[in-house]
Design a protein around this ligand. Structure first.
Ligand SMILES: Nc1nc2c(c(=O)[nH]1)N[C@H]1C(S)=C(S)[C@@H](COP(=O)(O)OP(=O)(O)OC[C@H]3O[C@@H](n4cnc5c(=O)[nH]c(N)nc54)[C@H](O)[C@@H]3O)O[C@H]1N2
Ligand SMILES: Nc1nc2c(c(=O)[nH]1)N[C@H]1C(S)=C(S)[C@@H](COP(=O)(O)OP(=O)(O)OC[C@H]3O[C@@H](n4cnc5c(=O)[nH]c(N)nc54)[C@H](O)[C@@H]3O)O[C@H]1N2
Ligand code: SF4
Ligand SMILES: [Mo]
Length: 708
């Protein structure tokens, strides 16, 4: 064993950034396991973090630059790739200008400190304005609402679970997904401990989720895409029963009356049948929340992906604020971490100016991003088509709504460059597929959780092993592309630039540095827990230092009127309308754990439509029957599987599947499943106008037995 090295590192698959311990022998990783000595995650890591080693060693990894040759790909030298991509991009730039070039930046970029900035060096010098990314399938509603209510896209007070008496979790499933926008190592343990010490926990969800164990909490079954009205009715009940914390609202609010005007439309009685929860139960929820000595809230992708994620996140903050729970111990607290990011996300004071006219309607960018649901329209724009596209850490063909349109549009690009660890479904359409390092092959800092960590910590990791084959870090790939196109590049002054300069600057704020972190156990500094009593003075970023309880542009942009129209539409829906939601499971991580063969068990070789047996029987369908799912967006042929955890009227599918045409990922291709996103809307009208967030939950579908 003496020649085996133990290397502390951390996982970069999802938000907790769990500590991992790698055993390295002769330059190869022999084992990856949870790091028991990690001061925060303390030996917790999930099977996906451990399976990062399978991905590291996967024989299907993209190991060399590849160039399209007809229907196949051929290996080329890095120098050739840079030269050709450089020349083709420059030619497009010179002939058509920067508007002919676009980018799609995917989710793993968030867990890769140097990648985003690396790609940015090229994209900004190219003058790329057409930026797309996974954010508009995930969380841009939270950025938009954070700006509107708190004046900053980076303010998202986290629930103080340990100290709270009452906790509401909307649209999240921590047991499977490990939380988003609150980074907690082992969230189930934290929830279990809280419940044991008396915290009452409710999950609001259309499905009896795995997280709602009897020793943790229960599920209040809601109809999909209706959370806004539940929250509005709760606020209405809180206001009408005199449960508002007047001291807090008098001191820290603006536009409070407009909030009360808006929620006045939504009494518990009026919303009950639309949300599917009785008026009594809604009121009880509201009173319990307001009367608890302390109460905390959290919401996640299940609500983000509805049609009104920005308004829902606004009302979620209002529940916390008007009951005095914002900035209270046991309520929601801003998590500082090693650097005050609140100011960095400060909103433009003139929100009106963030909107501009486009051929596809009035639009705004959220943190630079246009709606990914408009990529086909932008690519195929008759006057100003996108001709070249750079995709990094993303798989839009499977992760964005409307697969058929996306495939057609992406196939028409003159140049598609994909930087990934696999030749994924999007890479299959590429002209060049460039191999990136994985998380075990690159140095990093866990910057993602900044401002969102439950127990803040910052960790540095070196690369655990040298990159194998010709895998390269993204920043290097983009720096070489910059050189090939005649732009400034960090490589101009030598092969070893200090890429952690910006991170160092941020670390300085907490009197830390990469050098200091290296000396610490597990290269980790543990920072103070979020504290109450500082939010309004120190972190809130609105110009008048007030919480905006009803941002004017919600009214002016028509979003409030739209809320009422959607309400009426929901109220008029036929009782037997099936609604499709997404379900994450242990065997997939969006689209990219599809090639891990040990996760292909008997029950995870495909993705059937999950349906409540009662809904199936009403349609004379039985478990396992072949069916056709259809709606105005597309059709899919699959089978049904009974799932009693679903609310009646709700069907679910795991997304990320659909690799029939992905020969570069053989395990995935052998177990292709179907792409649920073929049923999602795309194009104008398929995203929330305030935030560009795509509609991905509560999608109406029909099903019929497939006789073929
Ligand atoms: N129907 C439905 N669709 C959804 C969702 C849903 O709930 N339902 N969820 C949405 C959500 S929350 C998200 S975040 C988006 C994700 O959307 P995307 O980011 O477009 O898709 P992913 O499947 O996460 O693809 C990530 C890609 O990054 C690659 N990758 C992994 N690590 C690295 C790395 O270190 N470097 C590089 N260069 N590449 C890497 C993987 O191989 C994979 O191809 O999908 C969304 N799509
Ligand atoms: N195993 C696994 N883990 C993951 C991922 C993965 O793909 N697989 N993806 C990672 C990523 S990128 C993200 S963003 C996070 C997401 O983390 P979470 O947001 O916790 O994601 P989910 O587990 O999909 O939980 C969403 C929940 O919302 C419910 N839901 C659907 N529609 C509605 C609705 O209209 N209202 C309400 N109230 N609930 C609704 C669903 O039933 C589901 O339980 O997970 C991360 N972790
Ligand atoms: S919970 Fe997320 S960060 Fe932790 S080991 Fe699993 S995938 Fe990695
Ligand atoms: Mo996500």
């Amino acid at each position: 064993m003496s020649d085996t090295k133990q290397v502390h590192t951390f996982c970069r698959v999802c938000e907790p950034a769990c500590g991992l311990l790698a055993e390295v022998k002769a330059g190869e990783i022999t084992r990856l396991k949870p790091d028991k000595l990690h001061p925060v995650s303390k030996g917790f890591a999930c099977h996906k973090g451990i399976a990062a080693l399978d991905i590291h060693k996967d024989p299907d990894r993209l190991n060399y630059p590849q160039r399209r040759n007809g229907d196949t790909f051929e290996r080329i030298e890095w120098d050739t790739a840079f030269k050709e991509i450089g020349e083709k991009t420059r030619a497009i730039l010179e002939k058509y200008g920067p508007n002919a070039i676009a980018s799609y930046i995917g989710n793993p970029t968030s867990f890769n400190t140097l990648a985003g900035a690396g790609a940015g060096m090229l994209l900004s010098q190219l003058g790329v304005q057409k930026s797309f990314g996974s954010g508009t399938q995930d969380c841009t509603n939270k950025f938009a609402a954070g700006e509107a209510v708190f004046g900053s896209s980076t303010i998202h007070p986290v629930p103080d679970i340990e100290n709270t008496d009452y906790l509401l979790i909307f649209g999240a499933n921590p047991q499977i997904s490990h939380m988003s926008f609150v980074s907690i190592a082992d969230p189930m343990q934290v929830l279990r401990d809280a419940a044991e010490s008396g915290t009452k926990i409710h999950f609001i969800n259309p499905r009896r989720i795995e997280s709602a164990k009897s020793n943790i909490g229960d599920v209040i079954l809601i109809k999909p895409d209706t959370d806004l009205y539940l929250m509005a009715a709760m606020l209405h009940a809180i206001c009408a029963s005199g449960r508002v914390d007047e001291t807090v609202t008098a001191q820290h609010s603006r536009n409070l009356e407009q909030l009360w005007d808006f929620v006045a439309q939504y009494s518990a009685e009026r919303v009950a049948s639309v949300v599917g929860i009785s008026a009594d139960e809604i009121r009880q929820l509201a009173y319990e929340f307001a009367d608890a000595p302390s109460a905390a809230v959290h919401m996640s992708t299940g609500v983000n992906m509805g049609r009104q994620g920005t308004l829902a996140y606004w009302l979620l903050q209002m529940l916390s604020f008007v009951t005095g729970n914002l900035d209270r111990e046991g309520g929601n607290l801003y998590s500082l971490g090693f650097y005050p990011a609140a100011r960095a996300g400060k909103a433009s004071p003139d929100v009106e100016q963030t909107f501009f006219d486009t051929p596809h309607g009035s639009m705004r960018r959220i943190r630079g991003s246009l709606p990914a649901n408009l990529m086909p329209e932008y690519i195929q724009d008759p006057d100003e088509p996108i001709r070249a596209m750079f995709v990094m850490c993303g798989n839009p063909i499977l992760s964005v709504g409307g697969e058929a349109k996306l495939r057609e549009a992406f196939s028409q690009l003159e140049l598609l460059v994909v930087v990934d660890i696999y030749r994924n479904a999007t890479g299959e359409l590429a002209d060049y597929a460039l191999p990136a390092t994985d998380m075990l092959e690159r140095p990093d800092i866990n910057i993602t959780g900044l401002g969102l960590q439950y127990q803040p910590f910052v960790q540095y990791t070196d690369r655990v092993v040298e990159p194998t084959h010709e895998r390269k870090e993204e920043w290097w790939i983009f720096a070489r592309l910059c050189q090939a196109m005649g732009f400034q590049s960090v490589l101009d002054d030598g092969e070893n630039p200090n890429m952690f300069g910006r991170a160092e600057h941020m670390l300085n704020y907490s009197e830390l540095s990469v050098e200091k972190l290296r000396e610490m156990p597990a290269q980790t500094a543990v920072l103070p827990r979020p504290q109450s009593g500082r939010f309004y003075e120190e972190y809130l970023q609105t110009t008048d230092k007030k919480v905006d309880c009803c941002p004017l542009f919600f009214q002016e942009s028509g979003a409030l009127e739209r809320a009422e129209n959607i309400f009426k539409e929901l109220a008029d829906e036929p009782d037997d309308q099936l609604k499709l939601i997404s379900r994450r499971d242990n065997y997939m991580h969006n689209s990219w754990y599809q090639n891990v063969s040990k996760l292909k068990r008997n029950d995870s070789k495909t993705n059937p439509l999950l349906i409540n047996p009662k809904d199936a029987e009403k349609r004379e369908l039985a478990d396992g029957d072949p069916i056709r799912i259809s709606n105005m967006n597309g059709t899919l042929d699959t089978t049904i599987a009974y799932d009693e955890t679903l609310r009646e009227g709700v069907v679910a599918m795991v997304h990320g599947w659909g690799n029939k045409k992905t020969p570069g990922m053989r395990v995935a291709q052998q177990n292709p499943g179907v792409n649920a996103n073929a049923l999602l809307p795309s194009g104008p009208g398929s995203f929330e106008p305030l935030s560009n967030q795509a509609f991905m939950t509560g999608i109406p579908v029909q099903i019929e037995k497939n006789w073929r």
